[in-house]
Design a protein around this ligand. Structure first.
Ligand code: SAM
Length: 296
């Protein structure tokens, strides 16, 4: 029975005429958030990527709520339905099969339509495979680029990787088991061999595994055991190695000694005077050293 049938208003604390975008577990149902449960219990209806899939989650938590489908092939029509229900004052939720809606999942177009129609969209954050993988990857790069799925066609995938290669940040991809070997082979061929690849598989599930290895070694490692190619994958690649410095070794040594005693700007100015190296190059090197990424 829905809230409407019982005459109840949306659950306590929920806004009427609002769409809640709710993240759901990647595998381990214990990862559902307390707020996500309150929202799913309180809304009038839930738009689901796959109603049968979400029904299992709702049943597990004893939640009885009307559901309807919103997937990539009916997103426009379902967005109209969302807007019609919001005009009636309903509180609604949007979920995908796993993780955060609209992240490599349907939802973004519906959310845009709802906001354009003037209604409030409220995120209820929670599980996300890319962030879960990064949290356990141990990559120290300060920046990352989330790419999601690479193109499925080989030529387009290789072109994308050539374009991504120089980005000065870690790269994060999603991949399915039937393409994991090709994608890892292309990563190894396109990117610097000494970059670290973290393969995060089946996160939060029974056969969860997270391994780090040099990119060059990854194709053989995957080929060695069929179990390593099963399940769902996040691939995280460390940032490219810093380009060889244009600063001569003696100047870099002088900079090192000065940096130990002086503030950065003063050390750079003096190192430039002593060595004749350019201030810009020394400044860039000093910044890299400060970040701890460039030993002399
Ligand atoms: N919206 C989801 C999120 O927030 O992460 C992603 C949905 S996307 C359709 C599915 C892809 O996410 C999978 O092919 C895989 O690359 C990644 N993924 C989802 N669950 C995962 C898990 N438990 N372990 C590793 N990767 C996972």
């Amino acid at each position: 029975m829905t809230h409407r049938e019982t005459g109840a208003r949306p659950g306590a604390g929920l806004k009427t005429s609002a769409l809640y975008v709710v993240a759901t577990p990647l595998g381990n149902l214990g990862d559902i958030g307390a707020r996500a449960l309150d929202v799913l219990r309180g809304v009038d209806a839930i738009a689901c990527e796959d109603t049968r899939h979400t029904r299992k989650l709702l049943d597990h938590f004893g939640i009885r709520c009307e559901t309807f489908s919103l997937h990539e092939h009916n997103e426009a029509a379902s967005a109209e339905k969302l807007i019609r229900l919001l005009r009636e004052g309903r509180a609604l939720a949007l979920v995908s099969d796993a993780g955060t809606p609209a992240v490599s999942d349907p939802g973004a177009r519906a959310v845009a339509a709802v906001r354009t129609a003037g209604f409030t969209v409220i995120p209820v954050p929670g599980p996300n495979a890319a962030i879960a993988a990064l949290s356990a990857a141990g990559l120290a790069d300060p920046h990352f680029l989330f790419y999601g799925f690479l193109p499925s066609k080989t030529a387009a995938r290789r072109k994308a990787l050539d374009e991504l290669k120089p980005f000065p940040c870690a790269l994060v991809f999603y991949e399915a088991p039937h393409r994991i070997e090709e994608t890892v082979a292309d990563l190894a061929a396109a990117l610097e061999p000494n970059r670290t690849l973290v393969i995060a598989r089946e996160l939060t599930k029974l056969f969860e595994s997270i391994v780090s290895l040099p990119l060059a070694a990854a194709p053989d490692w995957l080929a060695a055991d069929a179990d390593r190619r099963r399940g769902e994958f996040v691939l995280a690649v460390s940032a490219p190695p810093p380009a060889a410095s244009s600063v001569p070794l003696e100047a870099a040594r002088a900079l090192d000694a000065l940096l130990a005693e002086l503030p950065l700007k003063q050390a750079v100015r003096l190192a430039a005077e002593i060595s004749g190296a350019t201030r810009n190059a020394l400044y860039a090197l000093a910044l890299e050293k400060k970040r701890g990424s460039q030993p002399v």
